[in-house]
Ligand binder design. Structure first.
Ligand SMILES: Nc1nc2c(ncn2[C@@H]2O[C@H](COP(=O)(O)OP(=O)(O)O)[C@@H](O)[C@H]2O)c(=O)[nH]1
Ligand SMILES: [Mg+2]
Length: 325
């Protein structure tokens, strides 16, 4: 089954791709070893796309923007995959892409593949599955991967850590308050885009100027891409060409100077340690011989008899001892 999926994915078979992603998202134990095998086989075939993350507050226009950019790119004959990381999808019952009829125009394009966010599980799990889905779509020949995430909590950082270029969409504002600066978003964004210029022309101009001004105060780094600020109307499809030009200049410069490669290396190293952290934790917590012992320690912690640090040290100690014998 895996060999068959493998071959078909390399031929860009959509059905095989969807089946493989479902396998990766599955929580069944028997699927886990299969999906691991598949990822291992495909891993070397992946990595050739340009990975773009898109973030921003709910309602700012991310989905609209992704559809507009996606159509623009498929019209240029690029193969485009759209993925989503949405930690809130469990609560709301739907995902940020799944509930949308808005991407209809993109979804019928032959060169586009849209996959809604896997629902359920904690963010770390969703992020891992998105990374693996990225390996699959890249193996299937998708040249540009767009990943949407809501600008809430950890999901932004998680996505920034799996893409080459990170875009943040901003709401035009008439006030002085710069939401992004406050949240530290500017530090991880490569490109800030103020959306809805069709409706809020003056506010958009003001917001762009404010962000440009704020960015000019930040320290410039010769060895990386200095973040840019621009505007668009995702709805009316205005400004997309300019945005694509900025992305391409980022790509060209990044390849020339080696940042993109460097960024990916760092991301992979981090992924390895995160993975170890997760699997080690699962191994320790799932150790049947130690369940009673851990239960006792947990109780002591909750009754404030020993500190959490002391208890966690004891757990690790127990675990190492059990594995020696
Ligand atoms: N006027 C205007 N409305 C927009 C634009 N882009 C998105 N919207 C609207 O903003 C709302 C939220 O858009 P959506 O793409 O779902 O935002 P998301 O939550 O960030 O994904 C929808 O009603 C869109 O039609 C734009 O460029 N101009
Ligand atoms: Mg959306």
């Amino acid at each position: 089954m895996i060999d068959n999926l493998y071959k078909k994915i390399l031929l860009s078979d959509r059905l095989a791709l969807s089946k493989a992603i479902t396998l990766i998202e599955s929580k069944k134990l028997k699927d886990k070893s299969k999906s691991e095998k598949l990822i291992k086989k495909l891993y070397k075939k992946s990595g050739k796309s340009l990975r773009i993350g898109i973030s921003g507050a709910p309602g700012v226009g991310k989905s609209t923007f992704i559809e507009t950019l996606g159509i623009f790119l498929t019209n240029k004959n690029y193969k485009v995959a759209v993925l989503a990381v949405d930690p809130s999808s469990k609560r709301s019952g739907g995902s940020i892409l799944g509930d949308k009829t808005r991407m209809q125009e993109l979804s019928i394009k032959k060169n586009a593949y849209i996959r809604p966010s896997p629902s359920g599980g904690e963010l770390g799990g969703v992020a891992r599955r998105t990374r693996e889905t990225m390996i699959l779509v890249e193996s299937a020949g998708y040249e540009i991967v767009l990943i949407e995430t809501v600008g809430v909590g950890q999901s932004e950082t998680e996505v920034a850590e799996m893409v080459d270029i990170f875009l943040v969409l901003l709401q035009p504002s008439a006030g002085d308050e710069l939401q992004g600066i406050k949240k530290g978003i500017v530090e991880i964004a490569d490109l800030l885009i103020v959306n809805k210029e069709d409706e809020f022309k003056d506010e958009v101009l003001k917001t762009v100027a404010d962000y440009k001004n704020a960015l000019s105060l930040l320290k410039k780094d010769k060895n990386s891409f200095n973040p840019k600020v621009t505007k668009c109307s995702a709805l009316k499809k205005v400004g997309i060409n300019e945005i694509w030009k900025i992305i391409l200049s980022f790509k060209t410069l990044g390849n020339k100077k080696g940042w993109i490669k460097e960024k990916r290396s760092k991301q992979l190293e981090k992924w390895m340690w995160n993975d170890l952290q997760k699997s080690l934790f699962e191994k320790i917590k799932g150790n049947k011989k130690l369940v009673t012992e851990f239960g006792k320690l947990q109780e002591k912690v909750s009754k404030n008899k020993i500190s959490p640090t002391e208890a966690s040290k004891k757990i690790l100690h127990h675990y190492i001892k059990t594995n020696k014998s």
